[in-house]
Design a protein around this ligand. Structure first.
Ligand code: ZN
Ligand code: ZN
Length: 395
């Protein structure tokens, strides 16, 4: 295989990329409080000669690479936030901020996108159009940063024609590229339902309306109903996470509160599932003579990957990693990302870059206190992003 130009350049800068990633890892910041990270990113982009905007959606940073030849506008997005948890790794670059850890790999995303900006800025004479580098605050905690970034206009002026986002992923082997055209991640929602009856003495069942009985009917009934309304082969997760009600053996409580999650393949199937569930809640409470309150908290919708951009990005990844490292997965990925919101507005492709390596001990799941990965994959990911944008702008 011919050696890829971007990969060669990124490999030469490997030490610096590692240093940047480890610095972020050592100084993790919770969503919307990424002030140190954002300042480092902004300074780096300014040194590259990019137009830089800061303070977008509190701590977001956008860099724009202007190229003399007219053309399309490509965007790349990285998230910068860490999680509220204690790191258990014993490395020189382990978190020094108690109770805060980069356990999702966003330190890697940020360092990778900074390198991609350097690669494209250094080679802009071969390109046309514009490139936007979007460094987003708070991906992991809802309400998250994508929506306020979009509301602040990051997809406009210049209007973005295509957006690319990567997430490091420990379930895939180190250095492999994974993507799925169409809906590629689940749509999810949390719910809280209060079943309201009429409390009283257990000895007078004719005078009470029993919410515990309603809860029992709802738990078993909804499990059956939700499975029965899902097409064969389609993903549906429906689960109760909490059930609270009652204070004593001889008192019928006035209400019972349940909460849980629903996850499906598409935003449409999620809407149907929520409607099915509410109908069941309504039916059971009405039959029992009670009432209810239902609270729905939508999390991320499914990420929709544009099939043409997926094809283009797979080609670009093949040029950098070799075609044997490029894979498509077939069923929707169980995790979500608010990158889905960008891709509801503009065509996009969201891919996973494998970091899993059991021999090196890099096989821990994301959000685990021992999560880590080998920084040596970052030049590869940066080069895939640079090649993807290049192929997009020149196509
Ligand atoms: Zn995460
Ligand atoms: Zn993440």
């Amino acid at each position: 295989m011919e050696k890829n130009m971007y990969l060669e350049e990124a490999q030469k800068n490997r030490e610096r990329i590692r240093e940047i990633r480890r610095d972020f890892h050592k100084h993790p910041e919770i969503g919307f409080r990424e002030t140190r990270t954002a300042a480092k990113v902004a300074e780096y982009l300014e040194q590259l000669g990019l137009e830089v905007q800061t303070g977008i959606a509190k701590t977001g940073v956008v860099g724009i690479l202007h190229i003399s030849k007219e053309g399309k506008t490509a965007a790349l997005r990285a998230d910068m936030d860490a999680l509220p948890m204690q790191e258990e790794n014993d490395t020189a670059y382990a978190s020094i901020n108690p109770g805060v850890m980069h356990s999702c790999g966003h330190d890697g995303h940020t360092a990778m996108l900074m390198e991609t900006a350097r690669l494209l800025a250094n080679n802009k004479d071969h390109l046309k159009g514009k490139v936007k580098f979007i460094f987003q605050p708070c991906e992991d905690i809802i309400p998250s940063g994508a929506k306020p970034m979009i509301d602040a206009g990051v997809l406009e002026d210049p209007k973005v024609d295509g957006i690319f986002t990567v997430h490091l992923m420990s379930v895939f082997p180190e250095g492999t590229f994974w993507v799925k055209p169409g809906n590629s991640s689940i749509s999810g929602t949390d719910f809280k339902v209060v079943l309201k009856g009429k409390g009283g003495h257990v000895g007078s069942p004719h005078e009470v309306v029993d919410p515990i009985m309603m809860a029992g009917m709802l738990i078993t009934g909804s499990q059956t109903l939700m499975l029965k309304t899902t097409a064969p082969g389609k993903t549906m997760v429906f689960a109760f996470g909490t059930v609270h009600g009652g204070t004593a053996t001889n008192i019928v409580p006035a209400d019972v509160t349940l909460s849980g999650s629903i996850r499906t393949e598409t935003p449409e199937s999620l809407e149907t599932a929520i409607a099915d569930f509410e109908r069941m809640v309504k039916g059971i409470t009405m039959t029992a003579g009670g009432t209810y309150d239902l609270e729905i908290t939508l999390s991320n919708p499914s990420i929709y990957n544009d099939p043409d951009l997926v094809r283009l990005l797979k080609g670009a990844a093949g040029k950098v990693l070799g075609q044997e490292k490029v894979h498509e997965f077939t069923s929707v990925f169980p995790g979500g990302d608010d990158a889905a919101l960008f891709q509801q507005k503009v065509h996009g492709a969201y891919w996973y870059f494998g970091t899993g390596n059991k021999e090196k001990g890099f096989d821990k799941p994301h959000h685990n206190p021992f999560y880590d990965f080998d920084d040596d994959i970052l030049p590869l990911g940066a080069a895939v992003q640079a090649q993807g944008v290049t192929d997009f702008l020149l196509s």
